[in-house]
Write a protein that binds this ligand. Structure first.
Ligand code: TXA
Ligand code: MG
Length: 328
């Protein structure tokens, strides 16, 4: 159901959830101070409670009101990249409930670069928690229509046009104790951009260590309704179908709670193609995965090229790998 911005504001004020456009992907939003609405986010998405939500703010001032400390690096990064696709993880204060952070001591904060989302945070004068507006483990939505079909037209959504970035924000954990930072999820804002921005600070960018630091990171995610298979460039369509037919039987039915779809027989396959420009590829990725899955073929496949190994393709390829059931 499409709703206007003012209707969305009423929905949020009455402790309900509404899907909103952002520059990365559409989010399913609720006021952080509404326990019932936050619970509704988890139930609507069928998301496990161990996977924490990102809290969206309209300004650095609002972000500061959610944390125990706001180090100079956070200020530098927020000034550089907000509003935009960078999420900062910092120690939370008592204003942020355990429900939002899945019991973690930290909170993930982002200022989205979309006028509708920003207006609604302002109109509520309250941060909005919002995960991507898709069922758990599935493809993220980059248009209002994606959200409508994902939830059988049961979730109200504001149409703010197609998401311009197209993949989720970069998530950066800031550790105050040892003055280190780690990227927990890759995105359009790269480690080089982050390192450059904080080059004069005493914080160092290091590799993420334990899985506990990024609780939502499953082996499989972003999976389309039809299995996606990554293949090397030279292989023909017939060879893809034959190899997939035998290899898919060996796959488990479920990995970490995400169901792997296995067609009883594989007779047809369609190829998905992305632009060689990584910015365009990111923008197209999720709508292409969704469209291909609706074209009634048994599998979708994507050819891995040399360009996909380049650093500029890292964030897109991370999604492609998690979205795929098999690599041939
Ligand atoms: O671009 C985006 O980030 C979109 C838009 C709507 O803002 N949101 C989004 O939310 O992608 P979601 O819930 O699909 O992904 C949030 C990720 C999850 O992997 C979650 O585990 C991680 O952020 N996260 C949230 N809070 C965290 C925390 N306190 N510590 C570590 N990771 C956290
Ligand atoms: Mg998501």
């Amino acid at each position: 159901m499409l709703v206007s911005e003012s209707k969305a504001s009423e929905i949020l004020s009455s402790n309900q959830v509404v899907a909103l456009p952002s520059e990365t992907v559409y989010g399913l939003a609720a006021r952080i101070d509404s326990e019932s609405a936050i619970k509704k986010i988890f139930s609507t998405k069928q998301r496990p409670f161990f996977d924490p939500l990102i809290v969206h703010v309209d300004s650095i001032t609002m972000a500061k009101a959610c944390v125990l400390a706001w180090p100079e690096v956070a200020e530098e990064l927020a000034k550089m990249f907000w509003p935009g696709p960078l999420t900062l993880v910092l120690p939370k204060n008592e204003r942020i409930s355990d429900l939002v952070t899945s019991g973690l001591e930290s909170v993930a904060l982002r200022c989205p670069n979309h006028p509708v989302f920003l207006n609604l945070i302002k109109s509520q004068a309250c941060p909005l928690a919002a995960p991507s507006a898709n069922k758990f483990g599935k493809v993220s939505p980059t248009s209002a229509n994606h959200v409508e079909t994902e939830f059988d037209f049961q979730v109200p959504v504001v149409d703010g046009g197609p998401s311009q970035v197209g993949i989720e924000s970069t998530v950066l954990l800031i550790r105050l104790k040892d003055k280190t930072m780690s990227i927990l999820r890759k995105g359009n804002i790269t480690s080089e951009q982050i390192a450059q921005t904080v080059s004069t600070s005493d914080y160092k960018l290091v590799e993420a260590t334990s899985k506990n630091e990024s609780p939502g990171h499953m082996k499989h995610h972003y999976m389309p309704d039809v299995p996606l298979i990554l293949v090397s460039s030279g292989i023909s369509k017939e060879e893809v179908i034959n190899a997939a037919s035998s290899k898919m039987r060996e796959l488990p039915h479920e990995v970490e709670g995400v169901v792997l779809k296995k067609p009883s027989q594989i007779l047809s396959a369609i190829e998905i193609k992305l632009s060689d420009d990584p910015v365009v590829a990111a923008r197209e990725l999720y709508s292409k995965l969704r469209e291909s899955a609706h074209q009634s073929s048994d599998i979708i496949y994507f050819r891995l090229k040399a360009i996909h190994k380049e650093k500029s393709f890292e964030a897109v390829m991370e999604r492609m790998t998690k979205a795929s059931s098999l690599v041939l």
